[in-house]
Design a protein around this ligand. Structure first.
Ligand SMILES: NC(=O)c1ccc[n+]([C@@H]2O[C@H](COP(=O)([O-])OP(=O)(O)OC[C@H]3O[C@@H](n4cnc5c(N)ncnc54)[C@H](OP(=O)(O)O)[C@@H]3O)[C@@H](O)[C@H]2O)c1
Length: 314
């Protein structure tokens, strides 16, 4: 099976390369090889690669910048997934696409299920929701995996930003009234590969899970929940391990972490106060479950290289 993976310079795209290797021949493409802002580029790449399975983790992910780059964000997040899905339908390929907890407005008191009404608060969430709808309308076999608060040891994300700030400051003031589940890209990649294998019938089926998972939307985040401040505290507690995993010198001190309200940290984009995702549908349909968020963080730090290998072995 030939598998096309987009966005391989991103967190999830990078980890998918290793995780999907046991499933078939993986062809990863970056922005230069397939620009999601161009329908022609998408069509040309899909036609050239000729995959039977496509993973699309590539996205316009700059939540605040999207407020002032609405057109580009909509092209990449809202229009491109539909073009990919049309191409997939044309050649009989299946599509696995990633979406976000920010399709919800955060007003629910408990975890969001796949059937809860969507009501994005910002441009990013609106464009990602448009992408979900475009895929559903295109008629190809598809999975839409909504995840949350993605981080890894690569690039710019909450973990690497907090580590940098912790090295510079004595106090970190972090929003304590937005609730969600930090999720490692390694866990997403591992779970995605296991789910796809069961979906397409190429992997061992979980006896308790019964039939192959149906097409549609699934929530896929680490178990449990916290606030950005709670996540920052967990990061600060693990600073020496994080410095070692990032290949930097050990921290000279441990800063204090102070919780603040969202109103004290204004941003261009509004974010949901609660975007915890309920993963019960994923578990029931496929037997696939992600680690608790603290355990995923520890797993990432315990063996930064081995996480990719574990993903590949799933
Ligand atoms: N990050 C989060 O906290 C979060 C939360 C919920 C859901 N998600 C979703 O999860 C998925 C994976 O997120 P991630 O954190 O792995 O994203 P990421 O690390 O920000 O990577 C995004 C990838 O998309 C690529 N990309 C952006 N614009 C492109 C374009 N015009 N053409 C082709 N490629 C383009 C980037 O390429 P360049 O390197 O060239 O920019 C990069 O490889 C996305 O669908 C995202 O919406 C993410």
């Amino acid at each position: 099976m030939r598998i096309l993976v987009t966005g391989v310079t991103g967190q999830v795209g990078h980890d998918l390369l290793a995780a999907l290797a046991p499933l078939g021949e993986v062809v990863g493409v970056d922005r230069a090889q397939m620009d999601l802002a161009s329908a022609d580029s998408i069509r040309a790449t899909v036609r050239q690669v000729g995959p039977s399975l496509i993973f699309n983790p590539a996205a316009y992910t700059a939540v605040d910048r999207a407020e002032s780059e609405q057109e580009l964000a909509m092209q990449v997040n809202g229009v491109a997934p539909g073009v990919l899905a049309e191409e997939a339908a044309r050649i009989g390929a299946a599509l696995v696409h990633y979406s976000t907890d920010y399709v919800f407005d955060g007003s629910k008191r408990c975890a969001y299920t796949e059937t809860d009404p969507t009501a994005p608060l910002g441009v990013y969430g609106r464009t990602k929701l448009a992408g979900e709808q475009a895929i559903a309308a295109a008629g190809c076999r598809h999975l839409i995996l909504r995840t949350s608060w993605v981080y890894s040891l690569r690039g710019r994300n909450f973990l690497t930003t907090m580590h940098r700030l912790a090295c510079e400051r004595d106090e970190l003031r972090v929003v304590d009234d937005q609730h969600g589940a930090p999720t490692t890209s390694a866990e997403i990649a591992r779970a995605s590969a296991a789910l796809a294998a069961r979906w397409l019938g190429t992997g061992a089926r979980d006896a308790a899970a019964g039939d192959a998972p149906a097409d549609g939307v699934y929530h896929m985040s680490c178990a449990g929940s916290t606030t950005w401040c709670g996540f920052a505290r967990a990061i600060v507690e693990r600073l020496p391990a994080i410095a070692a995993a990032l290949g930097g010198p050990p921290p000279r001190h441990r800063p204090t972490v102070t919780g603040i309200a969202t109103a004290q940290y204004p941003t261009p984009a509004r974010r949901p106060a609660n975007s915890v995702l309920d993963n019960a549908k994923l578990r029931a349909a496929s037997g696939v479950a992600l680690l608790a968020w603290e355990d995923a963080l520890d797993a990432l730090l315990a063996a930064p290289q081995a996480v990719s290998a574990r993903a590949a072995a799933t």
